[in-house]
Design a protein around this ligand. Structure first.
Ligand code: NAP
Length: 336
């Protein structure tokens, strides 16, 4: 197949590598990374067509996608602009978007809302961005450039959504940044050193506290105002709840409102499995295989499996994530 277009990618890690795999199906991909072994791996596995040693090697690219660690994104965008000026579109994948506001050039911000806890080129996967929202920001009103980056997002299987940098940063503060700060704080406040047993509730609520401290320190610095606003709102809600509990009031209505809102999400999210069933498995050889066999016999494919050590509140020891709602409903029926 004849390749159409030439795209540069800087930072061949989880996101940059995954985009390179997808884009290399239809474009020539010019790659650059910090570690020469990474570039060698990308070339030998066909993720990139050629390697760039300096930013001027990206001359002739339709767009350059900056996928470096978040703390380096702004500086990298500025350096690429200094080398190439307005000859190419510069876009990024950074998780905060306000940091590029006011920069000159044909800059289109991007944030693919996909990822895993892994990093580096060997964690890259062709389908990583599939069905993930890919937020786009047109800083300097360049509709044709926005369209080009929209097509890049589509080529990666993502779902492009255009919004302002300010709206993006407010949104991610609410749906992601607050949750990470709350999880880190919860771990430090709850784990005082004398706990020997942890509940599944603690594990579920704090899973994201195992994320990279360096990355989240950068996020906190770059989206400070919005994160502080969201923390204030959360602290006020917690304070009200604390007051009601301390006064011995009935909090069922408060809890029921939250449950109703949370339950609705199960059926509306487009990515990240929320279709989870729990299965009770006795502590004997073959019991897990038995559960999986029953699902396989019904043609249900599972997307994730966790063996839980604590059963508190979950009613089972096997946590099974399903791909979609029909699989979820069928699995519920089979496992009860
Ligand atoms: P990552 O796996 O660590 O990839 C970044 C890669 O950049 C590193 O593997 C490193 O590769 C390379 N690199 C480091 N310094 C460099 C430099 N000075 N010049 C060129 N390459 C350099 O991280 P990631 O998760 O892909 O994150 C990259 C960007 O994606 C960040 O801006 C982040 O905000 C954004 N993002 C991440 C996620 C997520 O969940 N992970 C989601 C959405 C957006 P070598 O050292 O091997 O060369």
């Amino acid at each position: 197949m004849e390749k159409k277009g030439r795209i540069g990618i800087i930072g061949l890690g989880l996101i940059g590598g995954s985009m390179a795999i997808s884009l290399s199906r239809s474009c020539d991909v010019v790659g650059m990374s910090r570690n020469p072994e990474t570039v060698e791996y990308a070339l030998s596995s066909g993720m990139i067509t050629s390697a760039a040693r300096s930013y001027s090697d990206f001359a002739g690219c339709d767009a350059v996608v900056v996928c470096t660690p978040l703390s380096l994104v702004k500086k990298t965008v500025e350096d690429v602009y200094a080398a190439l000026g307005d000859t190419t579109v510069i876009t990024d994948v950074g998780s905060v978007k306000g940091m590029l506001s006011g920069l000159p050039g044909r800059i289109i911000g991007g944030h693919p809302m996909a990822g895993t806890e892994q990093s580096g080129i060997r964690a890259a996967k062709e389908r990583l961005l599939e069905n993930a929202y890919y937020i786009l920001v047109d800083y300097n009103d360049n509709p044709a450039d926005l369209e080009l980056v929209r097509r890049i997002a589509l080529a990666c299987g993502a779902v492009p959504v255009v919004m302002s940098a300010a709206r993006h940063d407010r949104l991610v503060a609410k749906i992601s940044h607050l949750e990470h700060m709350a999880a880190y704080a919860l771990v430090n406040s709850a784990m005082t050193g004398d706990e020997h047993i942890v509940g599944s509730g603690f594990m579920d609520t704090t899973r994201i506290a195992s994320s990279s401290p360096e990355f989240w320190n950068t996020v906190a610095a770059l989206n400070r105002g919005n994160i502080v606003d969201e923390m204030d709102r959360y602290i006020a809600t917690l304070s009200d709840l604390r007051r009601d509990i301390a006064a011995g009031r009935d909090i069922t209505a408060f809890l029921a409102e939250a449950k109703e809102k949370r339950d609705k999400l199960k059926y509306s999210r487009r990515f990240m499995s929320e279709y989870v069933v729990y299965a009770d498995v006795p502590d004997c050889v073959g019991s897990i295989v038995g559960v999986l066999d029953r699902l396989a016999a019904a043609g249900i494919s599972i997307s994730n499996l966790t063996v839980m050590n604590s059963r508190e509140g979950a009613g089972g020891a096997l946590r099974i994530e399903l791909k979609d709602e029909p699989s979820y409903r069928k699995a519920k029926e089979i496992l009860g």
